[in-house]
Write a protein that binds this ligand. Structure first.
Ligand SMILES: [Zn+2]
Length: 398
């Protein structure tokens, strides 16, 4: 009798316990495990063990021969961009109400989550705060969102005014600061904010404990952002080797895009054409950049010590296709599949300052776990076939 009670005590598990049975687990940090059980209690991963009898009271989810990965992370997305019901890019003057725009953003967030992205960083919309909060606390299905709210772009402002804007963003609930240090690629990508303006913004943000993400294409704008101590540089299509080497030395994260952003614009050209800088010449530039983008990534990956994170810049039409740049980085930029997957999981988590919470399958972390059909180490296109998604212990796709 005592023995039986002891056995029961060992096997007893808390309510809300799930065992994920996995043939292959890529842990997000370069490790591979076979034939294991991942024990999840509530929103946390508790342990990973060799297959064992399922504890009494636990729910078993057998993932068969699928490959299990940490939930993917996209450090650069725009869920508030969408195509309106006239099949055009939504703009402030198209007649859609704020409620309609928010519903569209919610649909984008859901599509992103179903594609295996359990965390995204949304960089550039004030309405993201509500989207973030409703997902976090009100049951709206979507990825965990970190947001910059509005980006800082105004080149006429004094350093003091820029510092004040950073403090206001913090007060308004921004998780990070987004800055435009150069023009759009469709307008040449030359530096817009001065070196001293960047120093003011990134310095103030750092003092407040906020990370800074800097849109920058020209080598001078990337260099200025790096020297200003900004956290991460986006895009960088005209970056040079000496600037990449400087970024590596300074520990600046680099987030280049591979294909999705330009492919999506070109595939949806009629929905963008004629709005803002989506002109014939703008599209011509993007077409020219198709072969350049993977080459930038190839050069970045070959730069010793440079941390090349994973961000797609997903805009209207791209939500739910956020894994496409993994395919591009492997197939066109020559990145090893494991390395690319680590970029989109543990490295991205580190870049978000959340490496102890997300981005890996390890005890104590949030139970953000996905499964894909096939083996992405042999065929990276498996990341397009996400068939299971758990976010914070909740199954959202099975
Ligand atoms: Zn962007």
């Amino acid at each position: 009798m005592l023995l039986a009670l002891a056995v029961l005590a060992v096997l007893a598990v808390p309510q809300d316990t799930t065992v994920l049975r996995a043939a292959t687990v890529l842990d997000g940090k370069g490790g591979v495990q076979h034939s294991v059980d991942i024990l999840v209690v509530a929103d946390r991963i508790v342990r990973i063990t060799p297959r064992a009898p399922v504890p009494a009271g636990a729910r078993l989810i057998d993932l068969g021969d699928r490959t299990v990965l940490p939930g993917l992370i996209d450090v650069h997305a725009h869920p508030s961009w969408y195509f309106n019901r006239q099949n055009r890019l939504h703009t402030a003057s198209d007649g859609d109400t704020p409620a309609q725009a928010m519903l569209a953003a919610a649909a984008n967030a859901y599509a992103t989550l179903r594609a295996g992205f359990t965390t995204i960083q949304s960089v550039g919309s004030a309405s993201d705060a509500d989207l973030r909060d409703w997902i976090a606390t009100q049951g709206l299905p979507g990825p965990r969102i970190l947001t910059s709210l509005d980006p800082i772009t105004d080149r006429r402002l004094s350093p003091d005014s820029l510092r004040a804007i950073v403090r206001q963003h913090k007060a308004d609930g921004a998780d990070l600061i987004k800055i435009f240090a150069s023009g759009s690629i469709r307008e040449g990508g030359q530096q817009t904010l001065s070196d001293s303006q960047l120093v003011a913004i990134c310095g103030e943000a750092k003092a407040l404990g906020l990370r800074t993400l800097v849109h920058a294409h020209s080598a001078s704008s990337v260099r200025a952002a790096t020297l200003a101590g900004c956290t991460e540089v986006e895009h960088g299509l005209f970056v040079t080797q000496d600037v990449l080497t400087l970024m590596a030395a300074r520990g600046t994260y680099f987030d280049p895009q591979c294909a999705l952003i330009f492919r999506n614009y070109l595939d949806n050209r009629a929905k963008y054409q004629g709005i803002g800088n989506y002109t014939d010449s703008g599209f011509a530039v993007m077409e020219r950049m198709l072969p350049v983008a993977p080459q930038v990534i190839r050069t970045a990956l070959a730069t010793s010590g440079l941390k090349v994170v994973y961000g797609t810049d997903a805009v209207a039409g791209a939500d739910g296709h956020n894994a496409e740049d993994l395919v591009c980085r492997v197939e066109q930029a020559g990145e090893a599949p494991m390395h690319a997957i680590m970029a989109a999981t543990s490295l991205n988590a580190e870049a978000l300052g959340r490496g102890n919470q997300i981005g890996a399958i390890a005890p104590g972390l949030e139970a953000d776990i996905i499964a894909v059909d096939g083996d992405p180490l042999r065929d990276i296109t498996a990341v397009r076939r996400v068939s299971f998604v758990m976010k914070a212990g909740q199954v959202v796709r099975f």
